[in-house]
Design a protein around this ligand. Structure first.
Ligand code: SF4
Length: 350
């Protein structure tokens, strides 16, 4: 078996909060706390969870946009945390990011041509004379034409702007792209187009994606495997088909149950996620999910469950994983019918 492209081991990011008159320590926020996973070449690993679960911070840690507090990162066999500046810069060419808000991430004063030329020149991937040809090539890759090169971001629709964001990420010929909620800001119909574009590019260029999202319907469409995060930790990681057919962690079950169904009456039989995510400054003891968990027992307050392997390869951090009753509607639980219909329509060219 090929070595993974990316290995994340026990990765952590703890933010120390200082404040008050004498700058006393207010506490520590464990935004990411001991996260481990691998990403194979050509696969899409989705990171999902509610806002504040640490999924975007994990993406930024992997790209070294912020420095980890602990843990290990290996990319294509190289220890990323041991690299000097020159080596890290060379590696960064191979790891890119697509942001959630394409408008905010594109400089409004730069033309598309300049936006796409910037990474090419920065990484010395083209001479100034080669830039127009490279820009045309990149625009073609994302379904835009040469006529778009001299326009500015405000002249494009949201979907087109995200295509420009994708083209910019592809300019350096990356192996890994962190897609940080890349379609959340787009209309539903446009979401499907951008997701399909990402899939086509993955197939033709052999890209690996880390796809950060909270929309489980989009994730179901694009992911190979899914890691569910809660308060900075992975609570379940499984192959997409396993996770959607047999969600084992009560949090995963509740997330899937939150997706809309055609018949609202069916919701009554499903585990509903109650309350808000607790403050990461004061996470609950034991299993951090216990105040919201319908299956919580005394042990859950006292002991933090480790990730345990299941017979089908999934790993789950729950004391009772594998013994809890499957949710009544697990098989019907995930699809967002609106998105699913849209994806189906696109797939058949309707
Ligand atoms: Fe619920 Fe307990 Fe499992 Fe945590 S360990 S998810 S509280 S059953």
């Amino acid at each position: 078996m090929n070595a993974p492209l990316l290995e994340v081991e026990n990765l952590s990011k703890h933010f120390v909060l200082d404040g008050g008159l004498f700058g006393r320590r207010k506490g520590v926020v464990k935004a990411v706390d001991g996260v481990s996973f691998t990403v194979a070449r050509g696969e899409t690993l989705a990171l999902v969870g509610e806002s504040g679960c640490g999924k975007s911070t994990t993406g930024r840690l992997i790209l070294r946009l912020i420095e980890p507090s602990g843990g290990g990162l290996r990319f294509d066999g190289a220890d990323m945390l041991a690299l000097d500046k020159t080596a890290l810069r060379a590696l960064r060419r191979r790891m890119q990011i697509i942001f959630q808000d394409p408008f905010a991430s594109l400089n409004p004063r730069m033309s598309v041509s300049d936006i796409l030329a910037e990474p090419l020149l920065l990484h010395r991937l083209a001479t100034p004379a080669e830039i127009p040809g490279k820009v045309r090539e990149l625009l073609g890759l994302v379904g835009l034409g040469p006529q778009h090169a001299e326009r500015f971001p405000h002249e494009f629709s949201g979907g087109q702007r995200q295509r420009i964001g994708v083209a910019r990420a592809l300019a350096t010929h990356p192996d890994l792209v962190v897609c940080d909620e890349p379609v959340s800001a787009l209309d539903v119909s446009i979401q499907a187009q951008v997701v399909n574009l990402l899939q086509d590019l993955q197939a033709s260029l052999g890209l690996s994606y880390i796809f950060i999202a909270h929309d489980l319907a989009v994730v179901k469409h694009i992911a190979t495997r899914v890691a569910v995060m809660y308060l900075g930790r992975i609570v379940e990681l499984a192959d997409k088909h396993t996770l959607y057919a047999q969600p084992r962690h009560p949090y995963t079950q509740a997330l899937l149950a939150a997706a809309p169904l055609p018949n609202p009456g069916l919701r009554l039989e499903r585990p509903i996620l109650q309350g808000d995510v607790p403050s990461p400054l004061k996470p609950p003891s034991g299993c951090a999910f216990h105040p919201r968990c319908v299956h919580a027992k005394a042990v859950c307050k006292d002991e933090t469950p480790a990730l345990r392997p299941m017979p089908d390869g999934a790993v789950v951090a729950c004391h009772f994983a594998g013994t809890l009753p499957a949710p009544a509607l697990a098989t019907a639980a995930s699809p967002n019918p609106v998105l699913e219909r849209r994806f189906a329509a696109l797939a058949t060219g309707e």
